[in-house]
Design a protein around this ligand. Sequence first.
Ligand code: BT5
Length: 323
Amino acid sequence: MNIKQVILKAFHDHPGRFISGEELSQTCGCSRTAVWKHIEELRKDGYEVEAVRKSGYRLLGAPDRLSAAEITAGLDTDRMGQHVIAHDEVVSTQPLAHEAAARGAKEGTLVLAELQTGGKGRLGRPWHSPKGTGIWMSLIIRPAIPLPKTPQMTLLTAVSVARAIREETGLPVKIKWPNDIFIGDKKVCGILTELNAESDRVNYLVIGIGLNANSVAEDFPEELARIATSLRIESGEPIKRARFIQQFCRIFEEEYDHYLAHGFARAKAEWEKHSYTIGRWVNVQTISQRLEGRAVGLDEEGVLMVEDQDGAIHKVYSADVNY
Ligand code: BT5
């Protein structure tokens, strides 16, 4: 952690309280003048810090900016989100996360941006990522699992994002197989999982998460207006994006550790409980096959099971599912 991060963490640990310059200088291991300089920098970053002689410093307000300091202060995890690479503008966070992972970035590293000019969805589709309105981030994980199990990571992520949304906003979110989070019949979040592997060994996964957090209706172009929504549109209130990321990291880490120790059953049960897909009549389009039937559940591995009109069960590994 750098000094700014240490100061923010101290404010976070003592909400609403004055912290003396002396105490901060001890915590940071630097002079009181250096503390003062860093407080000035925090002010330039948009933090509102009150300074009162003899009492010290108190944090009154934080900007809704996705900086490394803002995310790591108040983060309750061992690995997830402990390293944050924050950008203002990028083409897409996905290739940057691949580069970081190839250079050895630790598990749990997050690459994020305020704006993506070329955000990507699956199969080369675009992901609309306007400035400051959403959470556009890529998470690096290095699970020691066999290749065929990697799609479970998308489901695990969906379960974690959905729970974070429920806990933070109370909104009734549903998961549409395999990678969309819906509120009502509109998409609020998409997940893109990319893999780097050799023969049957996973080197790392980059999990891209695009969440419309504080977008208002005008932020969506015409072609998305009918199919997309945001947490703010649904709840009527803006959310603190940094806090949301902290909550997501905590939930994801807990789910991920449970998964590595005990397997997929718990995430599968939660996925099914909050599924938008199960019980619906669906059209499935895989690369090689078209199929119609009722989505009846996930199998033990997380593969979608679809029952056709003759009662035959088909396993759908990777496909687009329409309703
Ligand atoms: C996804 O693809 O839903 C995965 C989206 C992943 C985005 C994240 S953001 C951080 C990271 N960096 C990236 O460059 N990407 C990841 P897919 O299932 O293919 O859905 C794409 C479709 O969703 C598009 O064809 C549009 O119809 C729709 N769409 C595009 N932008 C949207 C938005 N902001 N909100 C809702 N729907 C959107």
